[in-house]
Design a protein around this ligand. Sequence first.
Ligand code: ZN
Length: 337
Amino acid sequence: MLRELCELHGVSGDESRVRAFLQSKIPKSGVEVSSDVYGNLIVTARTMKSPRVMLAAHMDEVGLMISGITKEGLLKFKAIGMGPNVLMAKRVLVGKEQIVGVIGHAPIHLTKRKEREKIPEIDSLFIDIGAPSKERAAEMVQVGDYAVFDTQYKENGDTLQGKAFDNRIGCYVLLQLLLDTDLPVCYAFTVQEEVGLRGARIAAHRVKPDVAIAVDTTSSGEWPEDRDLPQYPVMGAGPTITIVDRSVICDRGVVSLFRETAEEEGIPYQLKRPMIGGTDAGPMHLAGIGVRAAVISVAARYIHSPMAFASKEDIRRTVQLIRGGIERIMKEGKQWV
Ligand code: ZN
């Protein structure tokens, strides 16, 4: 199921294929399913009770949006969630017809050494779909169409590789919990996280949770660089419990609960401490009169790029940790309201 989820195309604002896939997997009974005008998919267990727990995973992925066609038939674009350093010469699929394109660049023969050493500005990049003219390109692609990376999902032992791990892994974790447990909670599959944590804001206002948990991926930090990296979580070392990121200081009670759950169940875990990144927990903790919020994530290498790596075991452990933590919240009851 993770393969199918990752191979679906769903850049921010265009999550319908992911939503339809998830809808097709939702159990026929025992849940109430609703949506909103922006496309959040909210699946609530009929057994949901106080304390109200909301799990959120965003459906959207990073990608490109076509912003214009040049007189030569090349496509100008805006990048959603990425810088120019990961884009040069990558193969992409454009629009509903999934037309193959490449992020174009001047060939080595036509560039000076100095130019080749610089990372170009995004605005100077373009997608080439091989169209011989503006007119021909306009027959194939429209302004506003999306483009995604043409990356296949593969497994190599415990290591998974593919695109859109951020955040189809989170969607997969929620789906596993939804299908394999009878937790009395609400599952929100949210839209437009990568453009400003938007869908979760709307969903949290609707659900009115007491406790909200964003389930996401986080950057794995083992790249070779002379920087102070020990604070970064790494792939394969277990689920990541966030202490703080740029969007939220996680609720200390919920953080402790997950740490205790991990220790009791023998689940290896790591802490995310740097003030970087933001997740759906940002808007969720600010909903209504305030919500206790936390983030549980899977560390993946090279999220927000054409291809990422993640660990199957980390994903399995993440499902186990969230399940254990929620069972404790339910047992402790009133304390969380
Ligand atoms: Zn994410």
